[in-house]
Design a protein around this ligand. Structure first.
Ligand SMILES: [Zn+2]
Length: 212
């Protein structure tokens, strides 16, 4: 049986503990997300501090989603999804520098669209060796666009170039869904602690019976 501290040749690198679901990481993530989301709402469209706060909120939203959907998906897709959920906003740089070739007629750059996800998914089909990374990127983009649509004052032209229509929904809906995710994550935490406790309980009698 492989234990956490055992290093085996060829074993996958141990994931960062900060990305593991635990009462401590969940508490920190929820508090940080609440602060970042609230702050980004107050900061509006400002580059500083609005930009960093918004990216922190994107990162933590992706983490809460992956904590809720299970360890297998987490192992395969979490890191590329988290990277993509922040990196996609690099497409705002040309607009911030005054060039509108990536955003003429839409509230956000054209790369904030379902077309970007489709391109990544098509690449995943054509490049099987990097399928998990690319699927993670696609999931990260989807989560990012979903949060962007809840930001007041700016929407997402999801269907570009077919349509320039900006899609948006109330921020309260985003908060409600995140609250549901936190509830799921909390339940998983509690269940895991109970499972560990039960394992400990079953292990205790074994040495005693052997001694007898
Ligand atoms: Zn964005």
């Amino acid at each position: 049986m492989a234990h956490g501290r055992t290093t085996q040749p060829g074993a996958p690198a141990r994931r960062l503990r900060l990305l593991e679901l635990s009462p401590a990481t969940l508490t920190v993530a929820v508090l940080a997300l609440a602060g970042a989301d609230w702050g980004s709402q107050l900061a509006g469209d400002s580059l500083i501090p609005g930009g960093p706060l918004d990216e922190i909120a994107h990162l933590l939203t992706t983490l809460l989603v992956f904590w809720a959907i299970g360890s297998r998906a987490r192992a395969r897709f979490l890191v590329p999804a988290m990277v993509a959920s922040v990196a996609i906003d690099l497409d705002h740089i040309p607009g911030r520098l005054g060039a509108d070739w990536l955003t003429a007629g839409t509230p956000r750059p054209y790369t904030h669209s379902l077309l970007a996800i489709l391109v990544v998914l098509a690449t995943a089909v054509l490049w099987p060796r990097r399928r998990d990374v690319l699927l993670g990127v696609a999931i990260g983009l989807a989560i990012h666009f979903w949060r962007d649509m809840a930001e007041g004052g700016s929407a997402v032209s999801l269907l570009w170039p077919i349509s320039y229509h900006p899609f948006q929904y109330p921020h309260g809906v985003y908060v409600a869904v995140v609250a549901a995710l936190v509830l799921i994550d909390t339940t998983l935490c509690v269940r895991r602690r109970r499972t560990v406790g039960h394992r400990g309980g079953w292990r205790m009698p074994a040495p005693q019976s052997e001694n007898l």
